[in-house]
Design a protein around this ligand. Structure first.
Ligand SMILES: C[S@@+](CC[C@H](N)C(=O)[O-])C[C@H]1O[C@@H](n2cnc3c(N)ncnc32)[C@H](O)[C@@H]1O
Length: 244
């Protein structure tokens, strides 16, 4: 099997057609995050961008984490959750800390992020509730994912590198094929015109809904988009049930 491509660069100068800058590169260190008071006990996140751009906190992760804790906390109980492109894992770890989950939450990313995800799991003493594993978009789903059949997928700031769009689309399709009842909570910051191609592709393939959030006026001004995706097959099945 070919080795995964490294994380795309975080250097703003390395990306053309820039509309808004990427977060500036931080030095390695620990941060505490409570998602504007949504977590009773702040999450400890070790940030280190030496192995890839996912090693630091991105704006969409903060928006998605707060949204999930504020609006979906109860319905996330007893679900089977998978995070794509988790980076240091802040969104998944926050959810795992706040909710009583049905199975271990799966934090996934490329090989370069594996150590950081594992480090942050231990830092928050969430080894019993969270597992880190490699999931390269576009490649066959790992066995543990196939067994888990996740019904909630979370993805923050995974739209920023155009060559990866078809790979991410393939993984989302594979996850819906595995479980057509799954819901994807998806948040990203538009930085380049090309980022909207991903939204267009998603709207063709899935049912895409912009989610209510009282912070929307604030984050929309920062070009942050927050969606849910569902499979078209699940909608068809629902309509058929209503008819019969
Ligand atoms: C911008 S970071 C976001 C990290 C985190 N979700 C957050 O919001 O802070 C994007 C993440 O996607 C991961 N990624 C990029 N291409 C990928 C691929 N082909 N397969 C799996 N993960 C990928 C990167 O390694 C990185 O951790």
């Amino acid at each position: 099997m070919s080795s995964p491509p490294p994380s795309p660069p975080t250097d703003p100068l390395g990306i053309s057609e820039e509309l808004t800058p990427l977060p500036s590169r931080k030095t390695a260190g620990d941060t505490r995050l409570d998602f504007d008071g949504q977590l009773a006990q702040p999450l400890k996140v070790h940030e280190d961008v030496r192995t890839g751009c996912g090693g630091q906190t991105w704006p969409a992760g903060l928006v998605l984490g707060k949204h999930l804790l504020r609006y979906h906390r109860d319905e996330l109980h007893d679900t089977r959750i998978l995070e794509l492109g988790a980076g240091g894992g802040l969104v998944g770890l926050a959810v795992a800390q706040a909710c009583r989950l049905g199975t271990k939450l799966l934090l996934t990313d490329q090989l370069e992020m594996l150590e950081l995800m594992k480090h942050n799991i231990v830092l928050n003493e969430l080894q019993d509730r969270v597992e880190a594993l490699i999931l390269n978009w576009g490649e066959p789903l790992p066995e543990v994912v196939v067994e888990q059949k996740p019904n909630v997928i979370i993805a923050a700031e995974c739209v920023y590198f155009e060559p990866a769009f078809p790979l991410l689309m393939q993984t989302l399709r594979d996850l819906f094929e595995l479980n057509q009842e799954a819901v994807v909570y998806f948040c990203f910051k538009k930085r380049r015109r090309a980022d909207m191609h991903f939204v267009k592709m998603s709207k063709k393939a899935f049912l895409v809904e912009e989610l209510f959030d009282e912070d929307r006026p604030v984050f929309q001004r920062q070009s942050l988009f927050l969606f849910s995706f569902r499979s078209r097959a699940s909608e068809r099945a629902k309509m058929q049930k209503i008819k019969s």
